[in-house]
Design a protein. Structure first.
Lengths: 323, 295
């Protein structure tokens, strides 16, 4: 490293400020004369404005709003915890909490083991591995709205629906997939899993290439068979990433909106009414004008729970990527 | 090196055992078949149904063109149902979101990683903190911000800016760019400075050209995310003339014949799938990043 920073001011730039130039030895102070100067501000400006107006400010506003009675006509009024009380008094809240938990749990049952098994198998593929990953990832790039509308057709309740036709070949059905209160949620989760599993497979595949082969060699010297290697080496080595995908999935599925909104709009009989659908209804489909306060209060409560998950996630990825 | 990385879970000696070899082959064959049916099947069905008359799709959904093709569906969807308009709206939304995201992430990442202002740590922290805030929190207050934005004075409802600008507030992009810039060899920067390059020249002529890989990743993420977006454009673009495909398709379903509607669905999937096929490596590398830093 040459001592570029100690050159006299003015050699290559002219925006030197004595304050910054006087501290040449700071680590990374390569462009020390630009520190805090006009160019830095120019480069920071887009980020500060966009994050300020469309992220930091609204986040702050969300907290304030949840304690206000707000509509677009009158000035907002502080109402204490009335919004929270109103949300808790809503019998639909508990329906939505149960449905959301059910969706998240089913999504774990469907969507957690399958990508792992697929990825472990795929990592042993010697030829055409690219074809395997491309096929697995294809549903992820299909626009979600297209996927849901297409699957809605597949789920047609008539004998001539796509799934009912296929099941009819083996003598099953027909099923009223989206109308029957017991199978509607699994049907939604099946589509959501189809749409998302490919991404998880790719994450696992990347993690599997990071497993040190010498661990397998050591296990072989100890006489371990294939299953013992999977159980004692592969899975423990993936422990970190398994936890990460678990948390990512919880954060994603608890905020599910598209599937219940487009497949069933919360029906039948509120069986697929999820928390986000309820928030959406509070704010945007209220015939008396948006109940923004209640929507903000419920969003905030949901966010606190999810943020705890996010923080956990971040700590894990940190320790995991440093390891 | 090759000897090491050639092997995974199964040792070369394992592969020589017939029982292992054949179970692996059978498992891989079954997996490939399963992936083809699950991954490709629905899209192939859509491609077929897009050029099949409505009655055939309804009565015999799994039959292959029992009564011939109906290619007119595609043209009809494109012109009469005005898919062309929504298609170009989708492209305009994706292009603008991409430009804003790239501008914000590249300049912000450069300032934080290379220029390193005194308050850089604070700003970094504030940007990073938004990764922890779930999207649901922003829904209502961001909508109200669009209705009555500070400084602008006029509602941004029914303008593309309502989609473009919030897309820029993406901490994941900034983080990716910042990390990439911070890992560029600083000797190059120093040499450029000796040659008289200021911060602007350094950004434009040195840092950006060296950062093509990360710009590619961020671009793919930006375009695909915009193409997928549904709830937000639905809220801020109530005017049907401005809506993208994702918002318009559920409405069209109610009054367009099935065969034309399926043609519209097929057209809507075309660009993302084509992008994926062309930039496969970029997509898959980007997807595996998800486990490392995505929030």
């Amino acid at each position: 490293m040459t001592s570029v920073d100690t050159r006299p001011a003015g050699v290559a730039g002219d925006r030197a400020r004595p304050r910054t130039a006087a501290r040449p030895g700071r680590p990374g102070g390569l462009l020390s004369r630009a520190r805090g100067g006009l160019p830095t501000l120019v480069f920071l400006a887009p980020m500060l404005v966009v994050f300020g107006v469309f992220s930091w400010l609204p986040i702050g506003r969300a907290v304030v709003m949840s304690f206000q009675r707000t509509n677009l006509v009158a000035d907002p009024v502080f109402v204490g915890v009335a919004n929270f009380q109103q949300v808790f008094a809503d019998p639909l809240l508990w329906t939505a909490v149960q449905n959301t938990a059910y969706f998240a749990a089913l999504a774990l049952v469907f969507g957690y083991p399958i990508p792992l098994v697929a990825a472990v198998l795929m990592s042993e593929v010697r030829k055409m591995r690219g074809l395997f990953s491309a096929l697995a990832y294809l549903p992820v790039v299909v626009p979600p709205v297209v996927a849901v509308l297409l699957w809605k057709l597949f789920y047609d309740a008539g004998e001539d629906g796509v799934f009912n036709t296929i099941l009819g070949w083996v003598g099953l059905g027909p099923f009223a997939w989206l109308q029957e209160s017991d199978i509607v949620m699994p049907a939604l989760v099946l589509e959501a899993t189809w749409a998302a599993a490919g991404g998880t497979v790719i994450i696992y595949l990347a993690a599997l290439t990071g497993v040190d082969p010498s661990l397998y060699e050591a296990a072989e010297i100890d006489g371990g068979g294939v299953w013992r290697k999977v159980w004692h080496i592969t899975l423990p080595q993936l422990r970190g990433i398994l936890l990460v995908t678990f948390i990512l999935q919880i954060i994603g599925t608890v905020q599910v909106f598209l599937e219940p909104f487009l497949f069933t709009d919360g029906g039948p009989a509120n069986r697929t009414l999820t928390l986000l659908l309820l928030i959406y209804r509070y704010a945007f489909t209220n015939s008396l004008g948006g109940d923004y306060g209640a929507a903000a209060a419920l969003s905030l409560m949901l966010a606190v729970v999810l943020t705890a998950f996010s923080v956990l996630y971040f700590r894990l990825t940190r320790s995991w990527s440093n390891a | 090196m090759s000897a090491r990385s050639d092997r995974g879970l199964l040792a070369p000696t394992d592969w020589k055992r017939p029982s292992v070899k054949w179970s692996a082959r059978i498992a891989h064959g079954a997996l490939l078949a399963g992936l083809a049916v699950a991954g490709l099947g629905p899209m192939l069905w859509l491609a077929k149904a897009a050029v099949t008359p409505t009655q055939d799709t309804l009565r015999r959904p799994m039959a292959l063109w029992p009564n011939g093709f109906d290619f007119a569906n595609l043209a009809e969807a494109w012109t009469r149902v005005e898919i062309d308009k929504y298609f170009f709206n989708t492209i305009a939304l994706a292009a603008g979101s991409w430009a804003v995201q790239l501008l914000v992430a590249a300049t912000g990442g450069y300032a934080l990683a290379v220029l390193r202002p005194r308050i850089g740590k604070v700003i970094s922290g504030a940007v990073l903190a938004t990764l922890f805030v779930p999207g649901v929190v922003l829904l209502v207050p961001l909508y109200l911000t669009i209705l009555d934005p500070p400084l602008v004075g006029a509602s941004m409802l029914n303008t593309f800016w309502a989609v473009w600008l919030p897309a820029g507030a993406n901490a994941f992009n900034v983080l990716l760019m910042q990390r990439f810039f911070a890992n560029l060899p600083r000797e190059v920067f120093e040499a450029a400075r000796v040659d008289g390059a200021g911060p602007y020249r350094l950004f434009w002529s040195i840092v950006l050209p060296m950062s093509r890989p990360i710009i590619g990743v961020v671009s793919v993420f930006a375009v695909i995310a915009s193409w997928k977006d549904f709830l937000w454009p639905m809220l801020v673009l109530p005017d049907p003339d401005l809506q993208p495909l994702s918002v318009r398709l559920p409405v069209l379903q109610r009054f367009v014949e099935l065969d034309v509607f399926l043609a519209a669905l097929a057209i809507s999937s075309l660009i993302p799938i084509a992008l994926f096929l062309v930039f496969q490596r970029l997509f898959l590398n980007g997807a595996s990043l998800g486990g490392a830093v995505k929030g």
